[in-house]
Write a protein that binds this ligand. Sequence first.
Ligand code: NAD
Length: 482
Amino acid sequence: MVSRVIPVDPFDLVIFGGTGDLARRKILPALYRRFCDEQMPREARIIGAARTEQSPQEYRDWVAEALKEFAPRSAADPDGMAGFLDRVDYLPVDAKGEGGWSDLKSKMRDDVVQAFYFSVAPALFGDLAERLHHHGIAHEGARIVVEKPFGRDLGTARSLNATLAEHFDESQIYRIDHYLGKETVQNLMAVRFGNVLFEPLWNAQYVDHVQITVAESVGVGGRGSYYDKSGAMRDMVQNHLMQLLCLTAMEPPSRFEPDAVRDEKLKVIRALQSPPLKDIVRGQYKAGDNPSYLDDVEEPDSRTESFIAMKLHIANWRWNGTPFYLRTGKRLKTRKSEIVVHFKEPPHSIFDEDAGSRPNILSIRLQPDEGIDLSVTIKEPGPGGMRLIDVPLDMSFADALGPEAADVPDAYERLIMDVIRGNQTLFMRGDEVEAAWAWTDPLIEAWTERGDRPVPYEPGSAGPEDSAILMHRDSRRWREVG
Ligand code: NAD
């Protein structure tokens, strides 16, 4: 495979929260890998900005340690590491005070792309936008990158959008959902819109149902008190699963361009029906080798869910009658994210009943082992008459495209380079986020008003029994989690 790395324009990227966990684990390693791949030009500069008082050299030492841990293969090259660190600078800046801002202004260059990554608590997003504007730091074409969570309901999302809009145009705001940067998610669009094979079948006439699963094997760990204020619906469904649903269900955009794609996603959210509560299952993991959810969050009476499964309908011509089943949870059997499209059986079987029949299944794996496979029905080889079996046409990147493809870039690599390139296609627009909250809020209100308690489930399982029952009711089954 020919690697086609197109260098981006020179840039100044300021990481507010440059000493935080996200910067250490994701943002800096992603930038480093892009540097090693020669996508970052020599004139690029990364400026860490956070509250900690430290010198640029102390910050570089810390960055070097982070890279050794989170980009070990690339960090093994001492020249690469030194070259990268040369481009790293640091400045103590207080989002809530005046400290550091005039120094930051004097560091910024006017003739390069400017990007400001808000990798801090959401409560500081407004302060940062306001101070960048007030100090005249960001030039007209500057971009801001905003991390999740984007609000905790429609009201907070609206007010955050309004605050950012006071200082930045929508075309400058990059709301990150890192799921959109995953290679397979982009491949979903390539498979759908780059082949004649799938799109004619991509509708209620041929698709029986769709399953979207984001399973995590870890619990809420040290984030217990934060997570308990949110829960699986706010933390995962409103953003990541909703985005996956949109990309799976949307109409073909006229072009692969930011607003064309985002307009189509928005139409899906608007067509998404509000499910009755009987079609939603919420759960909390029990204790096993690790503490239970309630112990993790230290709230014995918490009614926040660590698992949710739901059956959804999209009210439009394409999808009328085809349910979309979503589920996500913590402390499940394994870590796995996938979109699975179950096609209908052929309308008439020409084979004997005992030949069996197997519908085609297209599965798009986001993690681990990104790839796509399609199960097709063939005859079982050998004697014994016509017996049908399904075999996978495996499009695992690693197998199909060689060892280079096994090194699938992290979502943050793609997304940060898109920010520098000024391409918003894989970022959420303000109205999309608000529409997603407008759909989410009444559901949370409904179960809160009813006083529903999540049902307990075994750690290491596929979630509560009720989730399996949700499918059995429709004579369907979830795909195995592990
Ligand atoms: P963190 O607590 O590890 O780091 C916070 C950073 O903000 C630190 O660098 C700190 O110095 C800086 N900071 C705090 N107050 C400040 C102030 N007044 N002025 C300037 N800087 C200040 O947080 P994190 O885990 O890195 O998360 C950052 C953001 O990314 C949050 O919005 C979080 O929700 C989001 N996020 C994090 C992850 C993750 O895996 N850590 C994943 C998705 C989204």
